[in-house]
Design a protein around this ligand. Structure first.
Ligand code: DGL
Length: 268
């Protein structure tokens, strides 16, 4: 099992927040990351389209030899997890359930806010996952589609970020929530700015962090051995990916390769 990589996919570059956490917790694993930069964003797309893209992305990772697939994208996790679990020959982990578990453990007053893309919020996947754990928890959600653009522009410390965060979160703040789930790959990058707007009394749940707990249940921790390797694939715009990736990871994505979308994937 050790020789095969962990496969991670996302609609684009945001899933590197999940990659970063997994790399930190599993230094000896080889990891293959695929970002579907040709077709991002998934947030506003229909469920059928998100499922179709997710299947293609997962198949590509299987071709790379993945022994397990992590769906870093919240929108894909919310909409396509069950289909992938049923159809793929390897374990599949999404980010929704781990985030829901962390949020349920965090709340003291039983009032949780969830933010994400339109697709994630529309799917009510966090509602279902949290209610399954504790039916008495009240959940309040809000789609915050512009957060993705703020991060992709590199404006997380810009005054415009604060204004948009205030605008989106004002209705949630009136609900007396004590926990807020950052239900989108990009939102952990806005953590500091969100904290400044909502204050420190509301706990922020980072599903990128939460997913490593889930992975630990499946992946044995190997004895110290050689460091794992990283491979990055995208379907378009390598330069933009590289640029945002260096901000998220704090280092260059050296082995970055563009692959062509299609029935059978190939490297261009
Ligand atoms: N990766 C997506 C998510 O976590 C955000 C970007 C998109 O809309 O594709 O939901």
């Amino acid at each position: 099992m050790r020789k095969q990589p962990v496969g991670i996919f996302d609609s684009g570059v945001g899933g590197l927040t999940v990659f970063k956490e997994i790399r930190k917790s599993f230094p000896y694993e080889d990891i293959v990351y695929f970002g579907d930069t040709a077709r991002v964003p998934y947030g506003p797309k229909s469920s059928n389209t998100v499922i179709e893209y997710s299947i293609q992305n997962a198949r590509f990772l299987l071709q790379c030899g993945a022994k397990i697939i992590v769906i870093a994208c919240n929108t894909s996790s919310a909409i396509a997890l069950e289909t992938l679990k049923k159809t793929l020959p390897v374990p599949v982990i999404g980010v929704i359930e781990p985030g829901a578990i962390s949020a349920s453990q965090s709340t003291k007053n039983g009032r949780i806010g969830v933010i994400g893309t339109d697709g994630t919020i529309r799917s009510r996947a966090y509602h279902e996952a949290i209610s399954k754990i504790n039916n008495n928890i009240e959940i309040f959600s809000k789609a915050c589609p512009l957060f993705v653009s703020i991060v992709e522009e590199g404006w997380e410390n810009h005054s415009v970020a604060k204004i948009i965060i205030e605008e989106y979160l004002s209705s949630l703040l009136k609900k007396n929530i004590d926990t807020l789930v950052l239900g989108c790959t990009h939102y952990p990058i806005l953590k500091q700015a969100i904290k400044e707007v909502i204050g420190s009394h509301i706990a922020l749940i980072d599903s990128a962090e939460a997913v490593t707990n889930e992975l630990r249940k499946i992946l044995p921790q190997p004895e110290a051995s050689i460091e794992g390797s990283d491979k990055f694939y995208v379907s378009d715009n390598e330069d933009k990916f590289r640029q945002i990736a260096s901000r998220i990871l704090g280092k260059d994505t050296e082995s970055l390769v563009k692959v062509k979308l299609g029935e059978s994937w190939y490297i261009t």
